[in-house]
Ligand binder design. Structure first.
Ligand code: SAM
Length: 285
């Protein structure tokens, strides 16, 4: 077996490869390749990928990160939507690499099938296409497929939301969703020159490590997440007004809010996970 020896740091080599294969880069698929070897090395190291670990990658492109992950000896399953890139990956890059599996098509549609066939990955590591990044992360967590470690390159704005704490400006329903099961931190920022072509948004790498004990017990997670969805459905509405969508009568909502010491005029982004959990339990009574 031989992993492809391609110079992923060379923009001219990438351009030539794409030209030779009659391919181009598509904005709609968020195609910005990582060309910084040091960034790729740091991302791979943060993921903890190593021999025997099962790793998923969303959007391998032509394989810059994939190659690094495979070199650790990990078993890599990569989801790629661009059929042209898939052809390069299948026929040139990892033609006879046994620890590599390509899943061709939309990761958002295909990951559940792979999960049911292969089981949960230990690690998800990706330079995520920015247009599907947060949707993919939300889908993984909402469906309770929870790998030990996730490392993503994303817009800095999304990383800020993932890492935000109660009271921070960036705190949102997404911060809660990603904070229940994971401890999240921004590992480093990436200059636009680390990518080809350079994106016109700022980028950062986020590391999500699974908590020993989730902040919401697993048995309550589904209902908790439904309550979060209701509370954050209309950001400008008060907690009480958003809660009306639960179908509960006003008196029950008032009682639950008062039991938890939450003002009916409060906004959801000012509530912490513990307060929302207490509210869920009061509403359940
Ligand atoms: N991993 C490569 C790298 O770092 O150089 C490429 C990353 S590029 C930001 C995002 C990749 O995701 C592209 O190859 C794009 O075609 C692919 N992609 C976009 N949407 C996708 C989807 N819904 N499912 C699977 N792959 C997708």
């Amino acid at each position: 077996m031989a992993i492809w020896d391609f110079d992923y740091s060379s923009i001219s080599s990438i351009t030539r490869l794409l030209e030779d294969n009659g391919l181009g880069m598509t904005k709609k698929f968020g195609q910005n390749f990582l060309v910084s070897m040091s960034a790729l090395d740091r991302i791979t190291a943060l993921s903890g990928a190593c021999d025997g670990k099962r790793v998923w990658e969303v959007g391998p492109g032509i394989g810059a990160l994939t190659t690094k992950l495979l070199q650790t000896g990990a078993d890599v399953t990569a989801f790629e939507i661009d059929h042209g890139f898939c052809r390069i990956i299948r026929e040139q890059a990892y033609f006879d690499v046994p620890n590599f599996t390509l899943v061709e098509g939309d990761a958002l549609k295909n990951w559940k099938q792979v999960w049911s066939e292969q089981g949960k990955p230990d690690i998800i590591c990706a330079n995520l296409p920015y247009n599907v990044g947060s949707v993919f992360i939300a889908s993984i967590i909402e469906n309770r497929c929870l790998p030990q470690t996730m490392v993503f390159t994303l817009q800095t704005e999304v990383v800020d939301r993932i890492c935000a704490k109660q009271g921070d400006e960036a705190f949102s329903g997404f911060s809660i969703l990603t904070g229940i099961d994971y401890e999240n931190s921004e590992a480093f920022k990436l200059k636009s020159g680390c990518f080809f072509p350079p994106p016109n948004v700022d980028s950062s790498v986020v590391v999500m490590r699974k908590r020993e004990t989730p902040l919401v017990p697993d048995s309550e997670a589904k209902d908790f997440l439904e309550l979060v969805r209701v509370l954050f459905a209309q950001r400008r509405k008060t907690v009480k007004n958003n809660l009306k969508a639960t179908g509960k009568i006003s008196a029950d909502i008032d009682r639950a809010l008062s039991e938890c010491g939450i003002s009916p005029t409060e906004r959801a982004e000012r509530l912490g996970i513990d307060q929302i959990l207490a509210l869920k339990r009061s509403l359940d009574k």
